[in-house]
Design a protein around this ligand. Structure first.
Ligand code: PLP
Length: 724
């Protein structure tokens, strides 16, 4: 259907027997197929690390000798053949869940818009949880065979890399992406020129070119304004994620929303479902209305029509986190559009007007809520909070009838489950379990795994994390001449046999990274108990414009560095998906301390649970649904205090009490002669069994399909009422 396809630059000069490796490199299937990664590692493990797991750069720089060996060695050749057979089978599969369940809908298309996609560490076009969720969403859409297409940005400067100064201040280093070394393909026209779309911005028309990333069976099209024909300033419009410059933000969002629709049209798509993941892409609805009005339809009728095919997912329970623009800015960017929609200024502003203390604004969340027939939050509690927050849009309805439902976030099993666990589960879960990761019956079999085996995989992953941290610290030492004190703070002393707690996420203040450090004396006493020591690993970035976030990093870092903690606190720089994998697979306990109810869902704890890492968290977001009393620990009560200080104090006390009285004894006491903590392992099994299926991306995508996408395709109309 789409005439244009990404062009794979094929200049790897691979030996004939393994010449299809280039094809493999340009399909992100390898990011979740662990055997593909093992294969690159087998060819040259050192280079695989050095290229930061980037197969395109890897194949560009790998030596002839390595390639010859790979094409001649019997074992490696067999491995290659099996791998390519698996790849071909995946790509050609006719028996996918979607095809089996909705055989008459396979010709439809679901378009998914998001500002960020977290697919792999080598493509830093994401900043945090929202991006990782989008990336996982696309991967699972591929696995389940949804007729799916993604739209986003290819930022020329990836999300920054983080360095912490000796004083604990976050420095952000620019990352310039070299697209020719990444698994992204340019879309070219008949004359081999970049394929572009255009978007009108004040006083000019801006071009954006298109790139394609293949994510298994799903194409992801990414926009990039760095093209000839644009002014120098406009070439930088899509250089970075989330600028705090309002003109830049609104321009980006116009390019995503308006340009995204035009890109799909150019490529020949006529989607039946248009999914706005967060409000940033809401201008998409205006462009679709403009299309219909230009064909002669009345505006109200156009809105009815597009609304019936729009889906909106909100992720932000904090009012300030929802994108709004002052109306003077809207005048600047949209006065051209009003007549094209046959609206006047007031009619236009009415679409998404909000009265704030500081004046009138145009809210993208309001626009998206009004322009979508299906709307959802990302956990049960967040759904409720969203209904309260947006009740004013449906004043005639009762609170629980506000038409915003919820679908709780999940994580993509293939991406986040450690390879060792995958092999262990292969042994016990039976044939084909991999295609049914959302089926609780599959995971019941975790009880059949001998404690020793489960524990030895866990210990292996923990050692792997400590070696990785030591390696990074050593490298920092030699590369930057970092002071040894700092290297210690960065983790040389981490001990693989000590109870280890992980805390890694964006340093937004509501996540309260400092909570566990709030009574430092009490904490240090706990950590330094000679026979049952504890260590805590922190990681996370603050948005470069988020001063309170950066101050929080500094506060944490200074405490981490203080000599008297004896190296039991560690801060690791540059949290990304790679470090995220190491941590969620390699620690014993995953700590999360958001100020309730601000964590819409959270997903890192779901990654941890999949790998038998026990959650120790506030009953917010997904954990409020996942916690059953036996599969981890809950910090605080299932209620909210009005006074944040009171809440912090209560939560901190609860945290220390549980750590002292429950977690540490369970880990260290009652070990039998073989030194295996059987009760701890029982809890790990309970955690894996109860949480892995339910918080899988498979369950999540099936729910999006059944509850939102298919009703939209079949024109079922607005959902009846919110489901609790
Ligand atoms: C999973 C993940 C997140 C989201 O984590 P939360 O703790 O849910 O906020 C953020 N960043 C990275 C790199 C991740 O892998």
């Amino acid at each position: 259907m789409n005439v244009f396809r990404g062009v794979m630059p094929n200049n790897f000069e691979l030996p004939k027997p393994i010449e299809r490796l280039g094809e493999l490199a340009y399909n992100l299937w390898w990011t979740w197929e662990k055997d593909a990664q093992s294969y690159f590692r087998m060819i040259n493990g050192h280079l695989w690390e050095e290229t930061y797991h980037n197969p395109v750069q890897f194949l560009r720089s790998v030596g002839r000798a390595d390639l010859n060996r790979a094409s001649q060695d019997r074992y490696m050749l067999d491995f290659y053949k099996k791998l390519m057979a698996d790849f071909d089978e995946y790509m050609a599969a006719q028996d996918t869940w979607f095809k089996d369940t909705y055989p008459n809908l396979t010709e439809k298309n679901i378009a998914y818009f998001s500002t960020e996609f977290g697919l792999h560490e080598t493509l830093p076009i994401y900043s945090g949880g929202l991006g990782v969720l989008s990336g996982d969403h696309v991967k699972e859409a591929s696995d389940l065979g949804l007729p799916f297409v993604g739209i986003g940005f290819l930022y020329t400067e990836g999300y920054f890399s983080q360095h912490i100064t000796e004083d604990g201040w976050q420095e952000s280093h620019e990352v310039h992406l070299k697209f020719e070394d990444l698994p992204v393909m340019p879309l070219l026209d008949d004359e081999d020129k970049p394929l572009t779309i255009s978007v009108e911005l004040p006083g000019r028309t801006v071009l954006a070119r298109l790139w394609e990333i293949r994510v298994g069976r799903v194409p992801l099209y990414l926009l990039d304004s760095d093209v000839e024909g644009n002014s120098d300033t406009d070439r930088k419009l899509t250089a970075r994620l989330y600028s705090s410059d309002l003109d830049l933000r609104i321009s980006q969002e116009l390019i995503l929303g308006v340009g995204g629709v035009r890109a799909l049209r150019l490529l020949g798509y006529d989607p039946s479902v248009w999914h706005m993941n967060e409000g940033h892409s809401a201008f998409m609805a205006l462009e679709r209305a403009r299309e219909l009005v230009s064909e002669g339809m009345a505006f109200d009728e156009a809105v009815e029509q597009i609304k019936s095919s729009n889906v909106f997912t909100t992720h932000t329970p904090v009012p300030a986190g929802n994108e709004e623009f002052p109306t003077w800015l809207m005048d600047k960017y949209f006065s051209n559009l009003w007549p094209q929609l046959s609206l006047d200024r007031e009619g236009f502003m009415d679409l998404a007007r909000r009265e704030q203390d500081w004046g009138e604004t145009f809210s993208l969340s309001v626009l998206a809520l009004r322009m979508a027939e299906q709307r959802n939050g990302v956990s049960e509690l967040h759904g409720r909070v969203a209904r309260e927050m947006w009740h004013f849009l449906w004043p005639e309805r009762k609170l629980d009838e506000v038409p915003i439902t919820h679908i709780t976030n999940g994580v993509h099993t293939g991406t986040w489950l450690a390879r060792r666990y995958r092999h262990l589960y292969d042994e016990y879960f039976g044939e084909g379990w991999w295609k049914h990761v959302d089926d609780p019956a599959v995971w019941e079999k975790v009880d059949e795994i001998p404690d020793e085996k489960l524990w030895s995989v866990h210990e292996h992953l923990k050692r792997k994390l400590t070696f990785y941290m030591r390696d990074r610290a050593r490298q920092q030492w030699t590369d930057d001449g970092v002071h040894p004190v700092q290297v210690v703070a960065a983790g040389t002393l981490l001990d693989p046999y000590t109870l280890t707690i992980g805390f890694a996420r964006r340093f937004a203040t509501y996540k309260r990274a400092g909570l566990v450090l709030s009574d430092l004396d009490r904490l240090l006493k706990i950590l330094n108990e000679p026979n049952r020591p504890v260590q805590i690993v922190f990681a996370g970035k603050a948005h470069p414009a988020d001063e309170p976030g950066k101050q929080l990093i500094q506060e944490v870092y200074r405490k981490v560095k203080a000599a008297e903690n004896g190296g039991r606190l560690v801060f690791l720089e540059d949290y990304d998906m790679n470090l995220g994998r190491y941590l969620t697979q390699g620690v014993d306990v995953w700590l999360n301390t958001p100020r309730k109810p601000n964590e819409a869902s959270g997903t890192s704890g779901e990654k941890a649970a999949l790998n038998g890492v026990l959650n120790f968290s506030i009953l917010d977001g997904w954990w409020r649904e996942g916690y059953n009393g036996n599969n981890g620990w809950a910090i605080g009560e299932d209620e909210e205090h009005n006074d944040p200080n009171v809440q912090d104090q209560a939560d901190a006390n609860s945290l220390y009490d549980i750590l002292e009285n429950e977690i540490i004894p369970l880990y260290y006491e009652g070990r039998s002669g073989d030194n295996i903590p059987r009760e701890w392992i029982a809890k790990m099994k309970e955690c894996i069994r109860t949480l892995a299926p339910r918080f899988s991306m498979t369950r999540m995508i099936k729910e999006y399909t059944e509850e939102l996408y298919v009703p939209v395709i079949e024109g079922k109309g607005e959902l009846e009422a919110a489901t609790e």
